[in-house]
Design a protein around this ligand. Structure first.
Ligand code: 13P
Length: 253
């Protein structure tokens, strides 16, 4: 059985005060038993990571980073390494979030190097994939997601890939209020698991967790996570309100 995994991507939101308050109210609102049955992570902006790590330290809440650089250290002005993130208490790092693919222009090849750097640095990557609206309309969803999974994990051994979580985030559902239907999510999640089975083996494919992301909220969390291959949620907007995020976590129990 795959343990549910719910993560809140704060994106470029909060300030030091509201971020720490959000982290503290999640820490106090998450019951011991829920924290045992669901893996929970918050993913704040880089600069608030140490304060958020401190604020959630009393609870079973891990902290992740929204991005990472591919090198360990050196003359890479403005970049942050996996080792630095681990040093300040991070457990996870997002790789290839759609906003980094489509706003910042990250390529599949760069994302692949990030996944590898994250694992080598002792963190757990969350590899995000998902099609644009025009790609869905053109019935290219399978092709796009398949390419992103294969390229994102290229060259990684089965042992390394066992550290990865996949997040399927259809770009047209992110921040739009449009959510994939549970059936649409399940169809792509099953495809991702099939691809993993072909790239590695059936056992590994069964063990890897696949989150859904895109306008997840308390009202749709249960039906999404009731799908056989939906193992949790990567939540944006609704993770900025502690009551909503706690309700989503509870839906995963
Ligand atoms: P929303 O939940 O705001 O649609 O964002 C999803 C997302 O991009 C999480 O990484």
């Amino acid at each position: 059985m795959r343990k549910p995994f719910v993560a809140g991507n704060w994106k470029m939101n909060t300030d030091s005060h509201t971020g720490v308050n959000l982290a503290k109210s999640l820490a106090s609102g998450l019951s011991e038993s829920t924290g045992k049955s669901v893996d929970v992570a918050v993913i704040p902006p880089f600069v608030y990571i140490p304060a958020v790590v401190e604020a959630v330290s009393t609870a079973r809440i891990a902290v992740g980073a929204q991005n990472v650089y591919i090198e360990e250290k050196g003359a890479f002005t403005g970049e942050i390494s996996a080792a630095m993130l681990k040093d300040v208490g991070c457990t996870y790092a997002l790789c290839g979030h759609s906003e980094r693919r489509h706003v910042i222009g990250e390529s599949d090849d760069l994302i692949n190097k990030k996944v590898s750097a994250v694992i080598s640095g002792g963190l757990l990557p969350i590899l995000c994939v998902g099609e644009l609206l025009e790609e869905r309309k053109a019935e290219q969803t399978s092709e796009v997601v398949s390419r992103q999974i294969k390229a994102g994990l290229a060259g990684l051994s089965a042992e390394k890939v066992s550290a990865v979580t996949i997040a399927y985030e259809p770009v047209w559902a992110i921040g739009t209020g449009l959510t994939a239907t549970p059936e649409q999510a399940q169809e792509v999640h099953a495809l991702i698991r099939k691809i993993l089975g072909e790239m590695y083996d059936g056992k590994l494919a069964e063990e890897i967790r696949i989150q859904y992301g895109g306008s997840a909220k308390p009202e749709n969390a249960s039906e999404l996570m009731a799908q056989q291959d939906v193992d949790g949620l990567l939540v944006g907007g609704a993770s900025l309100k502690s009551d909503d995020f706690l309700a989503i976590i509870q839906a995963a129990v």
